[in-house]
Design a protein around this ligand. Structure first.
Ligand code: NAD
Length: 302
C-alpha cells in the first residue's frame, strides 16, 4: 500500500522536506513542539499530530529532523507522559534520522532503534534550506544495504545525491569530515584574500588565478568570501546566510568531539572550531560563515 511517513521536527529544514514528500504523494503525519511550525506544515498538506507518538503510530517510515542529539533522544523516548517514537512505532518501522548529531549519538540512536525491534539509518544532509525547498539535498547515509535500498525512494524525493557511506554512523562520519574540510578551507580562503589585500592584489586577480589553479575549492568558487567574483555568494548581500556561523560552529564542535574520541591530531580542524565558536559568540551566529573574513581583516595589524 501507500507508504505512511511520520515527520518529527518541522523547522527550517524539516518543513520543506515534509512538504516535498506530500507533493510526491506520500501521506505525511507531522509533529513539532513549536505550534507555528505545525501551522506552516498543515498549509503544505502535512496532517498534524498531537504528539510524536501519535504521528508515529501506524507509520512505515519515521523521519526525525531535530536540532541536536538530545532532541533526538527526547523524541525517541518521549517526554513527560506521552510515549516516545520507539514505543509508538509499529514493529519493523524504518527510522531515518536526518538531524546532524555526533557519530557517537548516531550509534546510540541506532542501537535504541534496533533494540526496540525497528530498523534505522543515519542520514544527515547538506544543501541548506535552499536544497530542502528545491528537493536537491545531499543525503549521507549509514546503515545496512537492505535498509538503504528501502529508504532510497524517499531520499530521492528530498534529495539529488544519495550516498551510502557504510554501516551505522557512517553518514554522520561523512558529514562531520566534509564540514571540517569546509570550515578549514573557508578560513584559508579568507586569510589568503586578506593577505592579497595587504600585498596590493585585487580580489579579481587573486580569484582569477586561484579559481583556475590549485587553490580551487567550494569556499572560493561558490561561497567566495569577498563580493564581486561570484555574484551569488553571500558576501554580495552583506553576508546574509547561506550557511550561518552558528551551524558551522555546531558542526565543528561535532568534529572536535569525533577528533577527541578517535585521538586524531588535527591541528587545523581544532583551530577552525575555536575560530568559528568565537565568531558565532561574537555575533556571527546569524551571518554567513564566510563573514569570518571580516574578523580576520579586523584582527590584522596596520
Ligand atoms: P530548526 O531549529 O529550524 O528545526 C528543528 C525543529 O525541531 C524545530 O522546529 C523545533 O521546534 C523542533 N523540535 C525540537 N525538539 C523537538 C521534539 N522533541 N519533538 C518535535 N519537534 C522538536 O533546525 P533546522 O535548521 O531545520 O536543522 C535541523 C537539523 O538539520 C539540525 O541538526 C541541523 O544541524 C541540520 N542541518 C541544517 C541545515 C541548515 O542549513 N539549516 C543544513 C544541513 C543540516
Amino acid at each position: 500500500g501507500q507508504t505512511r511517513v511520520a515527520f518529527i521536527g518541522l523547522g527550517h529544514m524539516g518543513g520543506p522536506m515534509a512538504a516535498n514528500l506530500v507533493r510526491a504523494g506520500y501521506r505525511v503525519r507531522g509533529f513539532d513542539v513549536v505550534p507555528a511550525a505545525l501551522t506552516a506544515a498543515a498549509a503544505a498538506g502535512v496532517v498534524v499530530a498531537a504528539s510524536s507518538a501519535e504521528a508515529a503510530a501506524g507509520a512505515d517510515v519515521i523521519i526525525t529532523m531535530l536540532p541536536a542529539g538530545k532532541h533526538v533522544f527526547a523524541a525517541f523516548e518521549g517526554e513527560g507522559t506521552g510515549g516516545g517514537l520507539l514505543a509508538a512505532a509499529q514493529p519493523g518501522a524504518l527510522f531515518l534520522e536526518c538531524s546532524t548529531i555526533s557519530v557517537e549519538d548516531a550509534l546510540t540512536a541506532h542501537e535504541m532503534v534496533v533494540a526496540s525491534g525497528h530498523r534505522g539509518l543515519d542520514a544527515p544532509v547538506s544543501g541548506g534550506v535552499v536544497g530542502a525547498e528545491a528537493g536537491t539535498l545531499t543525503f549521507m547515509v549509514g546503515g545496512s544495504e537492505a535498509d538503504f535500498a528501502a529508504a532510497a525512494p524517499i531520499f530521492e524525493v528530498m534529495g539529488k545525491r544519495i550516498v551510502h557511506c557504510g554501516g551505522p554512523g557512517a553518514g554522520q562520519a561523512a558529514k562531520v569530515c566534509n564540514n571540517m574540510i569546509l570550515g578549514v578551507s573557508m578560513i584559508a580562503v579568507s586569510e589568503a584574500f586578506v593577505l592579497g589585500e595587504k600585498l596590493g592584489l585585487t580580489h579579481e586577480a587573486l580569484y582569477e588565478v586561484a579559481a583556475n589553479a590549485s587553490g580551487q575549492c567550494w569556499a572560493l568558487t561558490t561561497n567566495c568570501p569577498v563580493p564581486g567574483p561570484v555574484p551569488t555568494s553571500p558576501a554580495n548581500r552583506d553576508y546574509q546566510p547561506g550557511f550561518a556561523g552558528a551551524l558551522m560552529a555546531k558542526d565543528l564542535g561535532l568534529a572536535v568531539e569525533a577528533l577527541n574520541a578517535t585521538g586524531v591530531d588535527a591541528v587545523l580542524g581544532r583551530a577552525a572550531e575555536e575560530i568559528y565558536r568565537e565568531f558565532s559568540l561574537g555575533g556571527g551566529d546569524t551571518t554567513d560563515f564566510s563573514g569570518i573574513i571580516n574578523t580576520i581583516r579586523a584582527a590584522s595589524k596596520h
